[in-house]
Write a protein that binds this ligand. Sequence first.
Ligand SMILES: *[C@@H]1O[C@H](CO)[C@@H](O)[C@H](O)[C@H]1NC(C)=O
Ligand SMILES: *[C@@H]1O[C@H](CO)[C@@H](O)[C@H](O)[C@H]1NC(C)=O
Ligand SMILES: *[C@@H]1O[C@H](CO)[C@@H](O)[C@H](O)[C@H]1NC(C)=O
Length: 443
Amino acid sequence: MWLSQGEKRGIQTRPEVSEMPLPQKKRWESMAKGLVLGALFTSFLLLLYSYAVPPLHTGLASTRTPEGAAPCSPALSEPEALTPANGSAGGCQPRRDIVFMKTHKTASSTLLNILFRFGQKHGLKFAFPNGRNDFDYPAFFARSLVQDYRPGACFNIICNHMRFHYDEVRGLVPPNATFITVLRDPARLFESSFHYFGSVVPFTWKLSGRDKLAKFLQDPDRYYDPHGYNAHYLHNLLFFDLGYDSDLDPGSPQVQEHILEVERRFHLVLLQEYFDESLVLLKDLLCWELEDVLYFKLNARRASAVPRLSGELYRRATAWNVLDARLYRHFNASFWRKVEAFGRERMAREVAALRRANERMRRICIDGGHAVDAAAIQDSAMQPWQPLGTKSILGYNLKKSIGRRHAQLCRRMLTPEIQYLMDLGVNLWVTKLWKLIRDFLQW
Ligand SMILES: *[C@@H]1O[C@H](CO)[C@@H](O)[C@H](O)[C@H]1NC(C)=O
Ligand SMILES: *[C@@H]1O[C@H](CO)[C@@H](O)[C@H](O)[C@H]1NC(C)=O
Ligand SMILES: *[C@@H]1O[C@H](CO)[C@@H](O)[C@H](O)[C@H]1NC(C)=O
């Protein structure tokens, strides 16, 4: 993923540069330079990658061997290391086997941090990808992509980006694992995805002018190419991430079948718009402590980099992503039924408690009390990953003096995804190499 973003982006001139009245010659020069470097780097990485990926890889996903199909057998996993829950509602057992289907542009990085922390605190076994921070997205998930995978191996938590493949995921976790995912209003998700990934979707390059998004939405069918490279980012991305055909005819009965399948498979579908309420439901479902679901907003864009969709554009974006819109409508309704069952009053109380606790942590952990631009982040371990060509993602500075009681929690809550993955021992050589090259070229 990081890789493909970069490859494509490298072929363009940098947006800031192209705005300036630069001499034409210089512009072409830098464009040519980018092109050559992009091409060289791509072939170099492809070569390396084909050596690094174990041969086991090929074909396992499609032609499943009996061995490959061996489900995770909980008997082989370590005995319960968790002490009985004490304090959470009704003395239930905290759940520690979790599949988080991480969707794109849905506050999922914040949730990832919560899962990393919980897993680390309890010494749980994560199913991590090998070499990069996603499971070969946008290809379908296959269990062979998991670092240190052995047939029959059991994992507690799976949470990195993937294109969902239920049977493959199912086999890696115990039968009573909890499946969760997060959705977001599809029009807003589309806007976010368009700005974050637009430049790596070649068919958007012919869109000229200032407001490419508006232009695209005027007549999506004219620009959209379902077979175009990275096209999935710009059409029903939720449907795609969940493993379905995102170009499905909206009139097809399959649409509703897929939605009901998501409902059967996932125990809780969180909503980005109601993130705190979602976390309260999650905490209740998993029988976790309040501390486990504390969070700071990670991977957020600078406010000035977030345009709001006007009424007309919002309608168009919703209509363009109609499969996602139906998915969202379904789960928005079921979400509020769950809140009803949980109790409105109780929900209000717990949300207030969560916000108070987050606010308290903010005062304890964060220097200046708020997120800052990348340039103002002092510790490179706190530097978030940036989309190519911009530095629009905000990060944090850890306070200099934090009491011993909170030092570790503060650091963990603020550590960005890539650094946290490294802390957890994930092999990220592709991502790291890519970062080196980017730093070198100052992309
Ligand atoms: C659970 O809580 C009770 C009192 O609320 C305490 O006496 C007991 O030691 C606790 N058990 C564990 C395992 O923490
Ligand atoms: C899930 O199953 C495992 C073993 O199969 C068991 O030890 C654990 O207590 C179960 N967890 C829950 C929350 O039911
Ligand atoms: C979700 O459902 C709630 C309650 O029915 C409603 O007020 C809200 O507008 C819905 N949100 C979206 C984005 O559709």
